[in-house]
Design a protein around this ligand. Sequence first.
Ligand code: FAD
Length: 208
Amino acid sequence: MNQTMVGLKTHSINLYKKLRDDPEYPVGYHHGDGGIRLANTEEQMQGYRHFASMARGMGVEFEVIDAQECARRHPLISTDNLLGGVWDGEDGDIDPAQLCQALAFHARKAGADVYRHTNVTALTQHSDDTWTVETDKGSIDADIVVNACGYRVNEVGAMMGVHHPVTSMEHQYFVRYCRSRTPDAAATLSDQRLLFAAGKERSFGGVL
Ligand SMILES: Cc1cc2nc3c(=O)[nH]c(=O)nc-3n(C[C@H](O)[C@H](O)[C@H](O)COP(=O)(O)OP(=O)(O)OC[C@H]3O[C@@H](n4cnc5c(N)ncnc54)[C@H](O)[C@@H]3O)c2cc1C
C-alpha cells in the first residue's frame, strides 16, 4: 500500500458518493461498512503502522488494531495465529454493473460515444501524432488513445509497441452460500500473505 493507492481510494470514494447521490442515475454504493487487512507477522504489523501514519499525513485515517479487536469487528475471524490488522473505516462495496452503466451514462452526457461489442484490432500512429484505431467494425481517427483494457492491457499495448508494467493474477472464488446462518459480516476482509479476500455478496446474502 502506498501514497498512489491512498490517492486513488480517496478519488474513487468521492466519485462513488456522487454517483450514489445522483437522482438521475443512482448507483447502489455502501460506503463505510469497513474493511480489515489481516496480519500474522510482526513485519506486516510494522508495515501497517507505517502505512497508517503515511495515510494520516494525507488526511486519511486507518486504525491498527490487535487480534481481539479484529475478531470483535468481524464475526468470521479466528484469532489463531493472528497478530492484528489495519482497519479501513471507509471501505465499502459498489454494484459493479450499475457503476459501469453510470459511468457510460455520464460519459455519453458529456459528449462521448460508446461502441459496445467492438474489438480494437490494430493501432497506427501518424507523423502528426494522431492515431487510427482499427476495430472489427471499422476504423476511428483519434487525437489521443487511452489503453484501459484491464487484464488485456498488454495485448493492446503490443499494438503500439508498448509494454505496461502490469501482470494478471489468477484467482479462485469461493462462495459461501448459507443465508440463514451467515453472520452479519458487512466488513470486507483480506490477507496479503495468504492472498485471500472476502466480502459480503449482497445479491444472495452469502460471502464471496
Ligand atoms: C469476480 C471478481 C471480483 C472482484 N472484486 C473486486 C472488489 O471487490 N473490489 C475491487 O476493488 N476489485 C475487484 N475486482 C477487480 C476489478 O474488477 C478490476 O480491478 C477492475 O474491473 C479493473 O478495471 P479496468 O477498467 O482496469 O479493466 P476492466 O474492468 O477489465 O475493463 C477492461 C475493458 O477493456 C475491454 N477490452 C479488452 N481488450 C479489448 C480490445 N482489444 N478491444 C476493445 N476492448 C477491449 C474489455 O472488454 C473490458 O470492457 C474483482 C474482479 C473479479 C473478476
